[in-house]
Design a protein around this ligand. Structure first.
Ligand code: C2E
Ligand code: MG
Ligand code: MG
Ligand code: MG
Length: 292
């Protein structure tokens, strides 16, 4: 009796595992098809300097314009392909799309920067250096300094020797780096010293809770002083309110990105957004106070 139940359980388990594998395979195939059929989009979210009121650039964020499901966010389809070569192909598309857009904006007289997110698997693949070289040949009007690559702090720590070498080779071409979701990994000071990063990007979870949770506030202060010690830039993501922004300025973090400034938008909306953007008066008041 028990044996039979056991056998049944196993057979049920096998069937569901098989179904899972198959459905994962189908999902991956569907994402591959989305890439081939041109259903992927890059949306752009502004990054601003609160002290100067300037728009410093944009983060390119992947979207899937799905024929039935509408606009699908990256967390709903990237994790399924993150550990396959498809993530490298998608990353290559994202890089090319960002450079193509930068070339278009540059031609229209708009000078800006674009950051894109690079998956660990793509980053750990040394071809990235050659891919970038080829892309800058394809878009010769785009200055490599206007492209920034965001890599997760946790990914950068995985294999620090090779990550460091790849970062250095990309930087030789002029490309910049930010450590994304900073504060969620376990960077030691010596690791940080060895990584040739340009900017630390404070994770949005700390910003979200910083006005209620003194630990998160302290962590942000810590990251800001780390950035200053290592002469790195620092930017906070997930800034939703005026209070977030003012507190970040007081802590010495002037660059921000978040729904409080703008949501990610299609490239066509960017020029009009830039024209109508006005800095939050509370930022300017605070900036004035600091100058007195
Ligand atoms: P991330 O790089 O940390 O990007 C920030 C995410 O926070 C974005 O979500 C953005 O839309 C969202 N966000 C921005 N401001 C706010 C805010 O004020 N409040 C809140 N609650 N959220 C805000 P999104 O676009 O869904 O992207 C999620 C993650 O997916 C990204 O996190 C990044 O890790 C990954 N991702 C996005 N695009 C790409 C890509 O092209 N390639 C790779 N490999 N990963 C990507
Ligand atoms: Mg990012
Ligand atoms: Mg982030
Ligand atoms: Mg994130």
């Amino acid at each position: 009796q028990a044996k039979q139940a056991g056998r049944n359980r196993y057979s049920i388990f096998d069937v569901s595992l098989d179904q899972q594998t198959r459905s994962r395979f189908r999902e991956k195939e569907r994402v591959a098809q989305a890439l081939r059929q041109g259903e992927l989009r890059l949306y752009y979210q502004p990054k601003v300097n609160m002290r100067t009121g300037q728009v410093i650039g944009f983060e390119g964020l992947l979207r899937w314009q799905h024929p039935e499901r509408g606009l699908v966010g990256p967390l709903d389809f990237l994790p399924q392909v993150e550990h396959t070569d498809l993530i490298v192909e998608i990353g290559l598309w994202v890089l090319q799309e960002a450079l193509r857009q930068l070339a278009v904006w540059e031609k229209a007289g708009m000078r800006t920067t674009v950051s894109v997110n690079i998956a660990a698997r793509h980053f750990q693949n040394a071809d990235l250096v050659d891919q970038l070289r080829d892309l800058f040949e394809l878009y010769p009007t785009v200055s490599p300094g206007s492209l920034e690559l965001e890599i997760l702090e946790s990914a950068a720590l995985e294999d620090i020797q090779s990550v460091r070498a790849i970062m250095a080779a990309c930087q030789k071409q002029g490309v910049k780096f930010a450590l994304d979701d900073f504060g969620t990994g376990y960077s030691s000071l010596s690791y940080l010293k060895r990584l040739p990063s340009n900017t630390l990007k404070i994770d949005q979870s700390f910003v979200r809770d910083m006005l209620e949770d003194p630990d998160d506030l302290a962590l942000i202060e810590g990251v800001v002083s780390l950035a200053s010690i290592f002469k790195l830039g620092v930017i906070a993501e997930g800034v939703e309110t005026t209070e977030h922004g003012v507190m970040l300025m007081r802590l010495g973090c002037d660059e921000v990105q978040g729904y409080g400034i703008a949501r990610p938008m299609p490239a066509v909306d960017v020029p009009a957004w830039c024209t109508q953007f006005r800095p939050d008066p509370a930022w300017l008041r605070w900036a004035d106070m600091r100058w007195d």
